[in-house]
Design a protein around this ligand. Structure first.
Ligand code: ZN
Length: 313
């Protein structure tokens, strides 16, 4: 595995190799007085996180907090397995996420439906979490992890109703989970900042996501740290971009739903729009990044059609 990436003094990023893909899912290590992680990834990411912490010189006993932005398995599925190696750690999440952590089969059933035969490779084994290990945080709550580091929790429903982002008041850094979309590090490396909304099934709510993005735009932010993947120092531009694409996704998604299109049809329509945009920025339609983008667009198509089906009922 690679060395954890140094983002700033006392802040590292470990690549969780989610779905065996590089630069897909970020796990952040805040090396403060109280060693804190943000995100853990699915269970297959846990060995990467453990080895990453070892490379940074930490023992598992030193982990004090693991903060989960939301209960989807690609960010939280490995928590039960990880906690087995961290005797002193507490899990921090929104109160409404607790039910999913205690009964991961609830999320697993939906995830299995989305990922099919790949579920075992990408998410197993899913281990139990103990209620006494969980501390809950809601909108406006804070957590001190060091003399110069207080984290504030902000509710940002949309991607999932109980989604929390984490704001570091001193550095004005925001850990976005999935609230501010997916950033493609592969494109950033060739000079193209590109962020798409992530709208998977089955609790996506477009109006809530829009409001959450507006809420984030009110904050003084210097850096966005994405769950997928990496960081940007141009937060305004990135939030603006994801809002624009969200409007496009909702518009195309609604039209597809009205026509009775399949998920695949919708995915292709979104892909066409994205490809047109990226071509203008010099990214060819056969670029490897589409292996990742097309998967995300497929998952987002499921959530868009699911949403329009629900509101019609
Ligand atoms: Zn998610």
């Amino acid at each position: 595995m690679q060395q954890p990436l140094l983002i700033d003094q006392d802040l590292y990023l470990i690549d969780g190799f989610d779905m065996n893909i590089r630069k897909r899912t970020s796990i952040y290590v805040l090396a403060k007085e109280k060693l804190t992680l943000i995100g853990i990834g699915p269970s297959p990411s846990v060995p990467y996180v453990q080895r990453g912490l070892q490379k940074l010189g930490f023992h598992m006993e030193e982990v004090e907090y693991v903060i989960l932005t939301h209960a989807h398995l690609d960010h939280a599925g490995g928590i039960g397995l990880f906690m087995q190696s961290c005797p002193n750690a507490k899990i921090i999440c929104h109160p409404d996420a607790v039910q999913y952590l205690l009964q991961p089969r609830k999320v697993a059933a939906v995830t299995r439906a989305m990922y099919g035969d790949n579920f075992t490779d990408f998410f197993d084994p899913i281990r139990k979490v103990y209620e006494e290990d969980i501390i809950t945080k809601q909108d406006g709550d804070e957590l001190d992890i060091g003399i110069d580091c207080t984290l504030r929790f902000i509710e940002t429903p949309g991607h999932m109703p109980h989604h929390l982002v984490i704001y570091d008041k001193e550095t004005k850094r925001l850990f976005t989970g999935n609230s501010a979309g997916i950033r493609y590090e592969q494109l950033a490396q060739v000079g193209v900042d590109f962020v798409l909304p992530f709208t998977p099934a089955n609790q996506f709510d477009p109006e809530a996501m829009k409001k959450s993005l507006e809420k984030l735009k009110q904050l003084p932010i210097k850096q966005l740290c994405y769950g997928h993947f990496g960081v940007t120092n141009e937060p305004e531009k990135a939030l603006h971009q994801v809002s624009n694409w969200l409007d496009i996704f909702i518009d195309i998604g609604e039209q597809a739903f009205v026509r009775g299109d399949t998920y695949d049809d919708l995915m292709k329509q979104l892909q066409q729009k994205v490809t047109q945009d990226l071509l203008k920025q010099g990214i060819m339609a056969n670029d490897d990044v589409y292996l990742l983008i097309n998967l995300d667009l497929y998952l987002s198509s499921l959530g868009l059609i699911d949403y329009f089906q629900k509101i019609e009922q």
